[in-house]
Design a protein around this ligand. Structure first.
Ligand code: ZN
Length: 309
């Protein structure tokens, strides 16, 4: 198992389906694997290459803490990972949970009156646009900060500040596509082990869990005030993200094939697969990670969606 630290670093919460992170052992240079990798056992348990692989000159790719001796063995392991990820689709926790309407939250807190709520709802209905919070602010019933506080109560999450946001430093947290499509804003790292993720209107627990599994960091989600969120979100979308390949597969086997081919072609020293909603996200480390997040040029992402044939 070249360059891997089986025990992990203990970062973050334990994830039931995968070991904690720590997969990139920074104590060894990348080249060290070339020597030890030759004598590692192939991670495909049904590998038929046997002792012949001792003569194979490859120490990569490494997929999910295991080196594989051949493209066939990589395909077996990637296919198993794809099946594992897709098996978890649509579990109960992902379905929409009913939340107390925002207006009611504010009414219960005594932040607005019934009359104010009615006026805002009527205006929203007549205009057929805008969120309730926006109408309440527009009608001067509450401040934007109060709406954000109410969203925090509605989602049982904190309101997160946005000072000193370093957009360029946070692009390595996730592919640009996720920032854009799921309205997430990677805010900052705290203590090298907590990743703060900001949202404007609703949390995305599926994305947060995927982030924890991919980065090994503890991911804390919270609301960010709209007027702060939007410019910061635009700024990060303009920043440089790690390289990404977008793949549309027609079936699960086609997805597994594309992912395995990418692992074989890229030869990462570490790689991992997680599902984010209907996408599979493969991240490949090209060089050892020296901090809690990789450097922009040291990882490649592949985001694969599976269409209905
Ligand atoms: Zn093998």
């Amino acid at each position: 198992m070249p360059l891997l630290n089986r025990g992990g670093t203990g970062f973050g919460r334990a994830i039931p389906t995968q070991a904690p992170f720590g997969e990139v052992d920074t104590s060894q240079p990348a080249g060290a694997a070339m020597k030890t990798g030759l004598f590692e056992a192939c991670a495909n348990l049904n590998c038929r290459t046997g002792w012949l692989h001792l003569w194979r000159n490859r120490s990569v790719p490494v997929f999910e803490n295991g080196w594989t001796c051949s493209p066939a063995c990589t395909a077996v392991r990637v296919t198993a990972a794809v099946n594992r990820e897709l098996d978890g689709r649509g579990y109960a926790g992902e379905s929409h949970r009913h939340r107390i309407p925002l207006g009611l939250v504010m009414l219960e807190q005594g932040w607005i009156t019934q009359t104010q709520l009615r006026r805002a709802l009527e205006a929203q209905k007549a205009a057929r646009t805008g969120r309730l919070g926006e109408w309440l602010v527009r009608q001067r019933a509450v401040s934007e900060a109060t709406v954000t506080r109410a969203l925090g109560l509605q989602w049982s999450c904190p309101v997160l500040p946005l000072e000193l946001h370093d957009a360029a430093a946070m692009t390595v947290a996730m592919p640009r596509l996720f920032v854009d499509a799921f309205g997430a804003l990677p805010l900052r790292l705290a203590g090298g082990r907590v990743l703060y993720l900001g949202f404007e209107e609703r949390l995305d627990p599926v994305l947060a869990l995927a982030m924890e599994r991919m980065t090994g960091l503890q991911v804390e989600c919270g609301m960010v005030r709209e007027s702060l969120f939007r410019p910061a979100h635009a700024r990060i979308l303009d920043a440089k993200f790690p390289g990404v390949e977008l793949v549309e597969a027609v079936s699960e086997p086609a997805a597994a094939h594309a992912l395995a081919r990418s692992v074989e072609r890229t030869r990462p020293i570490a790689s991992r697969l997680v599902r984010v909603h209907d996408c599979l996200w493969l991240r490949m480390w090209l060089s050892p990670q020296t901090g809690p997040l990789p450097e922009t040029g040291s990882v490649l992402d592949l985001v694969c969606s599976i269409g209905i044939p």
